[in-house]
Design a protein around this ligand. Structure first.
Ligand SMILES: NC(=O)c1ccc[n+]([C@@H]2O[C@H](COP(=O)([O-])OP(=O)(O)OC[C@H]3O[C@@H](n4cnc5c(N)ncnc54)[C@H](O)[C@@H]3O)[C@@H](O)[C@H]2O)c1
Ligand SMILES: [Fe+2]
Length: 384
């Protein structure tokens, strides 16, 4: 039996943030980062929350949200009698808000089972990247070990996602590029995931079509609102796809690279994407029994984004070439040393990367079985 459930209400297109005007006489906690305060974005959102009884702002989110910051957020909620949490920012702010609401509820269910109320979560993404506004995942970082901990639970899904392209247009080209490559990686990994279905395929196909068409436009001109709107939708659709079927080896390696070297999430994904596709599609006799289906799906995806793909092999080759071309166009690093990490540092951490990637929850969903040697071969290819 397969299951398809998307519980988040999605409001999208220009002026979608006006929906916040409908919140009346409720207590709101806005969870965000310092940039959103300094850039004036928080003031814009506070104006839309003018009908609320109170609005308190917690702006201590930092990238790759660590557990000690999540604890501060839970403490911040304590005396607010909060009805709604509004998460404003990229994946880090949205994940932080999801984790704070989730853990606050767990604590209250134990301490005040009679009076505990359910706080509703509204997500306002300001990057077109993680799709966190519609997923059942939140990624937090263990403050002591630096390891990323994925929380996975249906109740982590925000109640409402507001996709307003106005919120993304301030993202500079490098953030647009990194987060956009995260969208493409989500769509491609979900498309070939072990448990992919017709439902997740439909979402991944549309997300890929939109992202390959509109990401270069967003990169060229961040104020191109139509392109931003389309990319925001692509991000959300890709998020829905992978929330249904999980991701794969690409995210398994990227999580390790992000946690160890602090490479931004989308950049780490993009670095390994061509090599993971090549690995999953390997059509040598030994690998074929695992990867024939993936190669055919990559071929189909290549066709969908308008590339020649008369055979699986040509489709895979052209898909990889298109990803490399897009990365060069957006001036993205294509190896570890171009990310500012020395080969010595990389080699010193190699075994740790392999160990973490092997046990990452995403790796388990990869369509082709993975061994430590396979990861080492991919690491050889991204080193320099
Ligand atoms: N929950 C999920 O399903 C999921 C999926 C993938 C990744 N993640 C997690 O999400 C995080 C990455 O999120 P991200 O890639 O969106 O980046 P991010 O939230 O870490 O933000 C990166 C930087 O961009 C800035 N920024 C955000 N929006 C901006 C805007 N409109 N204009 C200017 N600057 C802006 C932020 O202030 C920050 O400095 C990682 O922790 C990753 O593990 C979660
Ligand atoms: Fe991602």
């Amino acid at each position: 039996m397969k299951r398809f459930k998307l519980s988040t209400e999605v409001l999208f297109s220009e002026d979608a943030i006006d929906a916040l005007l409908e919140l009346k006489d409720v207590n709101v906690v806005l969870i965000t980062d310092k940039f959103m305060v300094d850039s004036g974005m928080v003031d814009i959102i506070k104006k839309k929350l003018a009908n609320c009884a109170s609005v308190a702002v917690f702006s201590e989110v930092i990238p790759d949200p660590p557990m000690d910051m999540i604890e501060k957020g839970i403490n911040f909620l304590q005396d607010k009698n909060c009805d709604y949490v509004v998460a404003l920012g990229g994946g880090s702010s949205i994940d932080a808000a999801k984790a704070i609401v989730y853990m606050d509820k767990k604590v209250n269910d134990v301490q005040n089972p009679e009076t505990a109320k359910r706080i509703k979560l509204i997500a306002l993404p300001t990057t077109s990247g993680t799709g966190s506004e519609v997923t059942q995942f939140a990624v937090v970082t263990d403050s002591k070990t630096g390891k990323k901990i994925p929380l996975i639970d249906e109740s982590l899904m925000p109640d409402i996602a507001i996709l307003d392209p106005e919120l993304v247009k301030s993202a500079p080209p490098f953030i647009t590029a990194d987060t956009g490559m995260d969208v493409i990686t989500h769509a491609i990994e979900a498309y070939v995931a072990e448990t992919a279905s017709d439902c997740s395929d439909a979402l991944a196909e549309k997300a890929s079509e939109l992202a390959f068409e509109y990401l270069p436009r967003c990169y060229r001109n961040g104020y191109d609102i139509k392109a931003r709107d389309k990319m925001h939708r692509a991000s959300c659709l890709a998020g829905m796809a992978f929330s249904l079927v999980n991701l794969g080896l690409n995210h398994g390696i990227a999580h390790a690279l992000g946690a160890i070297f602090h490479i931004p999430h989308g950049r780490a994904n993009a670095l390994v994407l061509p090599h993971v596709i090549d690995f999953n599609a390997d059509m040598t006799r030994e690998a074929a029994k695992h990867s024939n289906d993936s190669a055919k799906k990559y071929q189909k995806l290549a066709r969908i984004i308008g590339l020649p793909a008369p055979t699986p092999k040509v489709g895979v080759t052209n898909l990889i070439a298109e990803i490399n071309r897009l990365m060069r166009y957006m001036d993205r690093p294509q190896c570890i040393t171009e990310c500012g990490i020395s080969l010595e540092e990389f080699e010193a951490n190699r075994q740790e990367i392999v160990n973490r990637a092997m046990v990452d929850a995403c790796t388990l969903a990869n369509p082709r079985k993975v061994t430590p040697n396979d990861i080492n071969r991919i690491l050889d290819r991204i080193a320099k």
